[in-house]
Design a protein around this ligand. Structure first.
Ligand code: PBG
Length: 323
């Protein structure tokens, strides 16, 4: 106790602080999310996410080359299709936007590790993550599984390195694992959005991905922000169904959940710093209320410290430019 123990001794300068630092941020742990749109020569800003753009396939290739030069190695792709329908057909067709993006990336930047978001909400006219049961006015679970299997399989066929189902249907990890294995893709890992909350922090993403539900909300399939024990049940299920990596999403408002999963599971844990988290930091920074760069680094470090091995973040490029 004081005066024998003085914590400030180990804070005297950057060298000693560096020596005892417990957590660090590595570019190798970051995944850079990217939005791909139809067309050519398109690089359009997303207004609620300053610094984030939507790219046509040709421009996406350029962006990936640029971030690879900065030291990033993995991307997470989201597609915005030309047309939507009730079943989200464009999510799984061979000529779909994500499928074309994967093929182009694998041809032009073979070393980039391509992860794909597997979901239907960007592709359905109603904006929900599965098929709609017209009578119940809700997403029907089991019939949606087949479409998710087709989507994941089409990504693997196009050359994706990993698939990341974000739909929150029950049983989708097992269904996707089976579909991949049956087609010879037993080496493609699944990063499951295991603990995905029905969060208001996804607002800016829905502008970027044009995936706002046209009626109702996602609370019948995404988790209630009030629940933590349920996170253990979701993660356990996904692990048993064959997930290789468990994700918690959003990140900063759910650091307790990341920490809990870190303690309870030996699988790698990913955390998604979502669009709203990014937008808040950017907006406060633009107003001069906070130092954007420092808050960015602190927020990411906090997510690591809570227990995440992998962070999916729109800041990945900014971090790469900084370190
Ligand atoms: C698709 C999906 C969403 C996000 C990732 N995948 C949106 C949602 O569930 O509404 C959100 C990502 C972000 O906010 O950055 N289901």
């Amino acid at each position: 106790m004081f005066p024998e123990y003085r914590p400030r001794r180990l804070r005297k300068n950057e060298t000693i602080r560096g020596l005892i630092r417990e957590t660090s941020l590595e570019l190798s742990n970051l995944i850079y999310p990217l939005f791909v749109v139809p067309g050519e020569k398109i690089k359009e800003p997303v207004s609620a996410m300053p610094g984030v753009e939507r790219f046509s396939v040709d421009m996406l290739v350029e962006e990936v080359k640029e971030v690879m030069d900065l030291g990033l190695r993995s991307v997470l792709l989201f597609g915005i299709p030309e047309k939507k329908d009730r079943k989200g057909t464009q999510a799984w067709v061979k000529t779909g936007i994500v499928q074309r993006a994967i093929e182009a990336l694998k041809k032009k930047c073979p070393d980039i590790y391509v992860i794909t978001d597997v979901c239907l909400c960007e592709y359905t006219s109603h904006g929900h993550c599965g098929l709609i049961d017209e009578k119940k006015k809700d997403v029907s679970n089991d019939p949606s599984l087949e479409l998710l299997q087709k989507t994941a399989l089409s990504h693997a066929r196009a050359g994706a390195d990993m698939v990341a189902p974000s739909d929150m249907m029950d049983g989708r990890v097992a269904a996707i694992r089976e579909a991949l294995d049956d087609s010879g893709f037993e080496d493609i890992p699944i990063m499951s959005y295991a603990v995905k909350y029905a969060s208001s922090f996804y607002g800016p993403f829905r502008e970027a991905a044009e995936s706002t539900p046209q009626f109702g909300d996602r609370r019948t399939y995404q988790m209630d922000p009030a629940n933590k024990r349920e996170a253990l049940r979701e993660a356990t299920l996904d692990m048993e169904e064959g997930a290789d990596i468990l994700m918690v999403k959003p990140a900063m408002p759910y650091l307790d959940v990341i920490h809990l999963l870190r303690q309870e599971f030996t699988l790698p844990i990913a955390a998604y710093q979502v669009s709203g988290e990014y937008a808040m930091i950017k907006a406060a920074g633009a107003n001069g209320w906070i130092d954007t760069d420092r808050v960015m680094m602190e927020s990411l470090l906090s997510i690591k410290r809570a227990g995440a091995d992998i962070i999916i973040t729109y800041f990945a490029k900014d971090v790469a430019q900084k370190i």
